[in-house]
Structures are given as C-alpha cells and as structure tokens.
Design a binder for this molecule. Structure first.
Ligand SMILES: [Zn+2]
Length: 131
C-alpha cells in the first residue's frame, strides 16, 4: 500500500508552503462555515481543497514551484512580521527591554538581577532600573 502510494507520487509535485497555506485556509473556512452556514463558504472551502490537491498531484513541477515562489514573495513581509513577533515574545520571557531615557536606544537586560545601573551603549548615559 505504502509502495503503491510512493509509485503514484513519483514525478508528482507533492506539498510545499503554498499548499500548506491552502490547506490551512480551507480548514479555517470549513470551521467558519460550521457556525456561519453560507453556500459560498462551502464552495470556497471545496475550491481551496481541490486546488491544493490539484497542485499536490500535479506533474508540472516547474510551474508549481514557480507558483510557490510567487506565494513566498508576496507573503515575505507578513512572514517576517510573524517571525519578529515570535522572536520578541521569546525575548520578553528572559529579558526586559528598556529604552534609554536620554537617546531612546532600546536596551535588553536579563530578568531577575534586582536593581541595576544600566549603561547605554549608544550615548554612554546611565540609568537605574529593576530587572
Ligand atoms: Zn542612550
């Protein structure tokens, strides 16, 4: 069975970021349509699913790869924003982010060090904070 599937998928495109996005979008639309019943929502979910399956089983690999590249280019800004937010959330768990009162430079201080004097690396000014 597994072997059969493998042979079936040979020479076919498979999945990529764009397909994951299409499947995710289809699931979201299906969830919405459970609470807010509209024919066009069901149709949209079906189209998203059909399109992602079509891409997965497609033999036109270069065309699908080009579509994925367009998708990645168009969403680069959004993805970078999410990555930055995720990074900042992780940083906030371990560090306090202070702003230098004289020049506005952001300074990252480890949490749980008590009252400390912070020296700004940009303007060399010092200020006292609890970390
Ligand atoms: Zn400063």
């Amino acid at each position: 069975m597994k072997d059969k599937f493998y042979r079936f998928m040979q020479g076919r495109y498979g999945t990529d970021s764009f397909n994951k996005f299409l499947l995710g979008a289809a699931i979201v639309v299906i969830l919405i349509s459970m609470f807010w019943r509209r024919d066009w929502l069901t149709l949209l979910a079906f189209l998203l699913l059909a399109y992602s399956y079509f891409r997965m089983f497609s033999r036109n690999i270069s065309r699908r790869a080009a579509e994925n590249q367009i998708f990645l280019n168009k969403t680069a800004g959004v993805r970078r924003w999410f990555q930055k937010e995720k990074y900042m959330a992780e940083q906030r768990k371990v560090y306090h982010i202070y702003k230098c009162p004289s020049c506005g430079q952001k300074i990252r201080i480890p949490k749980g060090k008590g009252k400390i004097e912070i020296c700004c690396p940009k303007c060399q000014g010092t200020f006292i904070k609890r970390s």
